[in-house]
Design a protein around this ligand. Sequence first.
Ligand code: HEM
Length: 501
Amino acid sequence: MEITDFSTFLLAFLLLSYLLVTGRRLISKKSTGKLPPGPKKFPIVGNLPQLALAGTLPHRAMRDLAKTYGPLMHLRLGEVSQLVVSSPEMAKEVLKTLDPMFASRPDLILADIMLYDNAGLTFAKYGDYWRQLKKIFATELLSAKRVKSFRSLREEETLNTIRWISSNEGKPINMTNTLLNLVFGVLSRATFGKKSPEQDKLVYIVNKAAELATGGNISDLFPSIKFFRLISVVNYKLKSMFAESNRLLDMIMKEHKKGNGSGESKDLVDVLLGYQRENAEFSLTDENIKAVLLDIFIGGTDGSFTTLDWAMSELMRAPTVLKRAQEEVRQAFETDGYIDEEKFEDLKYVTSIIKETLRLHPPAPLLVPRSNDETAHILGYEVPAKSKILVNVWAINRDPRYWEDAESFKPERFLGSSVGYKGTDFHFLTFGAGRRMCPGMVYGYANIVHPLVKLLYYFDWNLPSGIKPEELDMTEEHGLSVKRKADLYLIPSVRNSISHL
Ligand code: HEM
């Protein structure tokens, strides 16, 4: 785990100086009950050293610690109490039995600064505002009907990508960038109606901001010390990024207000502005709308793009799986020469490949952190109020008690199996479960399956010469979501012509 803010030494120096000058006791609210087991906590920094010294990504370090301390583990990072949940049974307790207790979100500086003081759905505290937004997501923004209405956008953007790939036949292309641009294109058009340089800029800013904030931001680690908020370089940078992203969103909103949502097909900005105009019971401010747009944009692009990139990488490492998937897709559509989304459900093997990718590579390996507003009790342990609750779905999705040969990519395991990621099988929790479960699952899936089927149908794929399938680097990189560290380069050869499209 990195400390993205100051160097660790400077951090420790400032902290200790502050404590010496003020004579203040850092951990003021001592827990009176029995905490879940966990590694020894060091003064002031708590368990930061164990995570920093693990030299690996947080979900991996926490899985290793949980092997010693159990599936309900207590950590303290800086001042913040954390509960780490690492088994399907404990996840069921937290996300189902005690779901309302753990349904809030912790304070995070990123959401505070960039997301209009937690005004989006993702970081809203559990309560009425969250409930109202959730309803808008379910009925207005991400209903199955709305997702279907974006079908032509998926088709057009994917076709543009297929054309571009065809024109680069025989050359190594950067698939990672290609997939990112594709998913971004679909999301941009569905959300804002068109692609524009402003949106490119917006994505860049948001990703940069998330990168900055995903390490241990000093003000997140020591929230009671307001002084750190003032001197944090990261916070200063976040504020200037916020100013820019707010300016871009204002421009987008202004353009849409002028058009009054009168275009042929409504984009999500139109839908939200329409709701604002027409709905009297819940007043949605411009700031609320901007926060929701960022929610959709961040959640939407990252999850689908990351999954596509992992799926293509896993397929390149497993040539027999790739071949079988191509056969399935080609058999289904070669006679018609037209790929119809309605038939995707019949593609059992491709569906299994996506499931297996989501199992092994959950884009949010620790979910989005949850929090408990009040002190909670679970299996005889006390969880102090305002703890950060991390559910290690990366570890859970690989639990060898539930998954045979759990570390291997084997899509066949899902053929004829009813196990899925919809939040009822607690050993497969890529989209979470319970009240805070991802509302974008159907939309996210549509943006994965559509491009994947077409990439398999139109092209044969090879790794650049000299790279053997088993040598493909699958190292993960820490970020807003866990992506592959290296970009994926592949050589396409056209299998089915697109000239008639
Ligand atoms: C493969 C694609 C995706 C994955 C893996 C994914 C994963 C997740 C996860 C793990 C959570 C947290 C669940 C929890 O706390 O229990 C979440 C929440 C959320 N996701 Fe997604 N997501 C994806 C696509 C999308 C899309 C396409 C959108 C919107 C367009 C979206 C919007 C959200 C929002 C708004 C939340 C917050 C819900 C709340 O706190 O009530 N996600 N997602």
